[in-house]
Design a protein around this ligand. Structure first.
Ligand SMILES: [Zn+2]
Length: 319
């Protein structure tokens, strides 16, 4: 077993920009690169392996061929691949939206619900996002504010800076604001209920569909809870900050000065997403170079590996 370099899937949603190509080295010819799906086994777009004996295979095919043990024992509690990891470049505001929880999504959509986490990888001066309601709201008020276009008056707007972290539990109303580039770690789901779209036209000139009724059924009618402080640990050659730990994913930020000695044990695969810098991922099977924006899947049981070079990376595993 060896680290797999992944090629992402690109999405050209109407609000996307060009920073993933211009700053994150993404090789993509779309006019807009709204999202790159960096770790995906989703039917709407699968990561493809770029190196070694499995080159050209999708990640789903690789798992099929090598067995679920490559995901690690902690993934046995999930029926399907647990997470989806993306880079998102919001040149314009994303729609105000909500994602259902597991029970509702499995019943209504046949897939998991979506709890997600955002790490602000970069943003413009003055950028803001929407995060839950500013105070408790009744379902009737929520509904009438959607109908008379005053929803934004009841939603909490939060100024952001690089390095901020948001935990968006399923049911939390939210919207990424323009000028923000996010690394998103989420449950493996593509179910979004759009509530408000700023009256914009979608591709083909028509407004994009809204899902008001479903949104009314799944949205939490109270402010989102502040997320606890993050714990910083200094280790040999690097520091590690735990960003989020929930039943679906454990995510930390590695700030590597020289090197980080890491391990993919039998319990979980490790995903590495490089946000800054460049270097080498080194394992018993050899070296793989990386630059900003690169993404690696290290199979469970692969054992020790080392990231060499000054860089920042998001590390995701399943605990
Ligand atoms: Zn979302």
């Amino acid at each position: 077993m060896f680290p797999l370099k992944l090629k992402p899937v690109f999405k050209d949603y109407i609000w996307g920009g060009t920073r993933l190509r211009d700053s994150f080295n993404k090789d993509c010819s779309l006019d807009r690169v709204a999202e790159s799906w960096e770790l995906s086994c989703h039917k709407d777009g699968n990561s493809v392996i770029e190196n070694g004996a499995f080159s050209g295979m999708t990640l789903a095919e690789y798992i099929e061929k090598n067995g679920r043990s490559v995901l690690g024992a902690n993934c046995n509690r999930f029926d399907s691949f647990p997470v989806l990891i993306k880079l998102i470049d919001a040149k314009e505001n994303l729609s105000v939206q909500v994602h259902p929880g597991n029970e509702y999504a499995l019943r209504e959509e046949g897939e998991y619900g979506k709890t997600e986490m955002w790490y602000i990888a970069d943003c413009d001066e003055g950028a803001e996002l929407l995060y839950g309601f500013s105070k408790n709201i009744t379902k009737d008020e929520f509904k009438s504010r959607i109908e008379n276009n005053t929803l934004l008056e009841a939603v909490k707007s939060v100024p952001v800076k690089k390095g901020d972290v948001f935990f968006i539990k399923s049911g939390t109303l939210h919207a990424i604001g323009k000028g923000i580039l996010i690394a998103e770690i989420q449950q493996n789901s593509n179910t979004t209920y759009r509530i408000y779209d700023y009256g914009r036209a979608g591709t083909g000139g028509k407004p994009r569909e809204l899902h008001t009724q479903k949104a009314l059924e799944v949205t939490d009618l109270y402010p989102a809870e502040p997320y606890p402080e993050h714990i910083l640990e200094h280790k040999d050659g690097y520091s590690e900050k735990l960003l989020s730990s929930c039943e679906y994913f454990t995510v930390s930020l590695l700030d590597i000065k020289q090197y980080a000695k890491l391990c993919a044990d039998e319990k979980s695969f490790v995903h590495i997403l490089i946000l800054e810098g460049e270097g080498i991922i080194s394992s018993v099977s050899g070296d793989l170079g990386f630059i900003r924006g690169d993404s690696f899947f290290i199979p469970a049981g692969c054992g020790e590996f080392e990231i060499k070079g000054a860089c920042n990376a998001i590390l995701t595993r399943i605990d």
